[in-house]
Design a protein around this ligand. Structure first.
Ligand code: URA
Length: 253
């Protein structure tokens, strides 16, 4: 019975002139008869057990967290089924004090083999996009100056999308990575990264290109580079370059 249902029963009993309620308790060895609660006692029990909508949950990121501690906590992770076929845990790479973090979906075959995120075809495109856009815009950074990681750290079999429970388990480490780095901005690449960082039901085409917030940190959603590798996505490519320019100028101007 919910607290509201109990409250309406109490009101009904009070209207009927009943002010003492009997509540059955689990029998105690020394006391087997039914115990008696007065109305104020019952109300305070209801209050004590009512759900608290504004309870603030403790942070899952410990004080003074570092990427090194997070990697140590991950260890030889067996917390989800993705451990079964992986060769390496792809934690992240780049400048650990970076003002900009890119978040992808999860390692592919090349990343699994090398233990480094975004080194396959999609990764080469991402590297080119960062290096070329920064150079054209007069921003003195290259890929190694930013930090790159993924929502899940182990390769999903056949490159399938990570499942919700896998994202939830691994998501705590992404959360800690972002909290430890505290970048000036985050760029989420693709729908999986967007879903991991934002509680939005909208599609990526609606969300990309506009600033959002993740725990107070400006967050840009853009397309995943592997989507841009498909021939017919020329317009998406143009938009992704626009998104990247916006991010680089925001962070480094
Ligand atoms: N795709 C991703 O999302 N991440 C990688 O590391 C490689 C490809």
């Amino acid at each position: 019975m919910t607290a509201d249902q109990l409250r309406s029963y109490l009101e009904l009993y009070r209207d009927l002139g009943i002010s003492t309620i009997y509540k059955a308790r689990p029998p105690r060895p020394d006391l087997t008869e039914t115990s008696v609660l007065t109305e104020p006692e019952l109300i305070s029990e209801i209050r004590a057990n009512a759900p608290r909508p504004h309870t603030v949950l403790p942070s899952i990121a410990p004080e003074d967290d570092t990427l090194e501690k997070i990697r140590l906590d991950i260890g030889d992770c067996k917390r989800c089924r993705l451990c079964e076929a992986r060769h390496s845990i792809v934690f992240g790479s780049g400048n650990e004090q970076s003002r900009l973090v890119f978040v992808g979906e999860g390692p592919g075959a090349d990343e699994d083999a090398q233990g480094i995120p975004f080194v396959g075809r999609a990764g080469q495109l991402l590297t080119q996009m960062i290096d070329n856009t920064a150079s054209k815009e007069g921003i003195p950074i290259r890929r190694d100056d930013v930090y790159i990681c993924n929502v899940v750290k182990c390769r999903p079999p056949e490159n399938r999308a990570p499942q919700p429970d896998e994202m939830e388990i691994c998501g705590q480490y992404l959360y800690r990575q972002l909290m430890a780095i505290q970048p000036k901005a985050i760029c989420a690449l693709g729908a999986t990264a967007m879903r991991a960082l934002l509680n939005s039901k909208l599609g990526i085409t609606k969300m990309r290109g506009e600033w959002q917030k993740w725990n107070g940190i400006p967050l840009m959603i853009s397309y995943h580079p592997s989507y841009l590798l498909r021939q017919y996505n020329q317009e998406a490519k143009r938009q992704a370059w626009e998104d990247l320019k916006k991010v680089l100028h925001f962070v480094y101007d």
